[in-house]
Write a protein of this length. Structure first.
Length: 246
């Protein structure tokens, strides 16, 4: 976790400290494929900072309903731990990072929650995006080397949580190259026409179009070209070169 993310996570624990889950049971589904009552109790009894990702993932998958009262307070209780686990690259969702914070998309938090809570959420997304850009680990696919972290996942997380897409794209635009340009180049491989392809953005077509347009801009061509001559890893150079051909 970067120092900036650590500061924001600690701030989130402070800002959301007044919220508590509604004992004795959470507002979750207890059907045969969702959370058991024992798991529910375990979540309530485990200190917030000690909740493991797999346990919180049970809540992510089983908390379906929403209201602006007890459910919203319950979600805000868990939110700092969500941030901490996401920042540690251990998202509490059996489906992965993409829609880990999807319940925020139903919360209307930007209009309904106090300004200090809104600020913390926005700052977390800013810092998480910057931290993600610094990750240039590579994995080998049959078609060649690819970045291990897919920025489409990061942006999908933010969009489906009702984050400010314009804001985080501006943060990315202002981030340092070559890392920022390398991730732009990699994301071009997921743009079809002018739209970012993501199964989770089917209901967010405007956002998918905006992301696609962002990485396909002519000024990004120049950043990718300049980045090519500053990196020495031939695998990263290939990612940059492939993006210029699109």
């Amino acid at each position: 976790m970067t120092p900036a993310l650590k500061r924001i996570v600690e701030d989130a624990y402070r800002v959301f400290a007044t919220y508590q889950p509604a004992a004795p049971m959470l507002a979750t589904c207890h059907c045969n494929v969702c959370m058991t009552e024992d798991t529910d109790r375990h979540l309530i009894e485990t200190p917030l900072r000690e909740i493991p990702s797999r346990l919180l993932a049970e809540y992510t998958s089983s908390a379906h309903d929403w209201d602006d009262g007890p459910v919203a307070r319950e979600m805000r209780y868990f939110l700092p731990r969500y941030f901490e686990l996401i920042a540690d690259h251990d998202p509490p969702d059996n489906l992965g990072l993409d829609i880990c914070l999807r319940r925020l998309g139903r919360a209307g938090w930007r209009a309904k929650w106090p300004s200090e809570e809104q600020r913390v959420i926005d700052h977390f997304f800013d810092a998480f995006l910057v931290a993600s850009l610094s990750r240039l680990d590579l994995v080998q696919w049959p078609v060649g080397w690819r970045l291990e972290l897919d920025m489409a996942d990061v942006l999908t997380l933010i969009v489906t949580a009702d984050g400010d897409l314009d804001r985080v794209l501006a943060v990315w635009d202002g981030a340092a190259d070559p890392a920022a340009a390398i991730h732009m180049a990699a994301l071009r491989g997921e743009v079809y026409g002018t739209r970012l392809h993501s199964e989770y953005l089917a209901d967010h077509e405007a956002a998918a179009d905006k992301i696609g347009a962002f990485v396909m801009r002519p000024e990004v061509d120049r950043r990718i070209e300049m980045a090519f001559f500053t990196v020495v890893d031939s695998r990263l150079q290939q990612i940059l070169s492939d993006a210029m051909a699109r």
